[in-house]
Design a protein around this ligand. Structure first.
Ligand SMILES: [Zn+2]
Ligand SMILES: [Zn+2]
Ligand SMILES: [Zn+2]
Length: 104
């Protein structure tokens, strides 16, 4: 099992005073199970280290990160409009929102 980080959900989206907008894409997010341990869009690269992988927080699809030559995380967003990706590596804490173009 990969531990699921605490998600700060349930806060109302009130941000009218000039601070950075809250990412509403986190609202209602349910924990997903990564569908694989390698990027399915990179044939023959199943040995890629987990640190280079991200998981879609909408559907659990696993891709290589945008630091990789394939950039399949961006490709997944462009195909599906799934806005959020997180590091697959156990203990990874970052989440990226493609709509807001920042860490959330
Ligand atoms: Zn967002
Ligand atoms: Zn890939
Ligand atoms: Zn997805």
């Amino acid at each position: 099992m990969i531990p699921v980080p605490n998600l700060a959900v349930g806060m109302p989206a009130i941000s009218m005073n000039g601070s950075a907008p809250r990412c509403e894409h986190l609202d209602g997010l349910a924990p997903v199970t990564p569908l694989s341990d390698h990027c399915r869009d990179c044939p023959g690269r199943a040995d890629r280290p987990a640190a280079a992988l991200v998981v879609c927080l909408t559907c659990g699809w696993v891709t290589c990160s945008d630091n990789s030559p394939g950039r399949h995380a961006s490709a997944h967003y462009e195909e599906t409009d799934h806005p959020l990706a997180a590091g697959l590596e156990p203990g990874s804490r970052w989440r990226w929102c493609y709509v807001h173009q920042r860490l959330v």
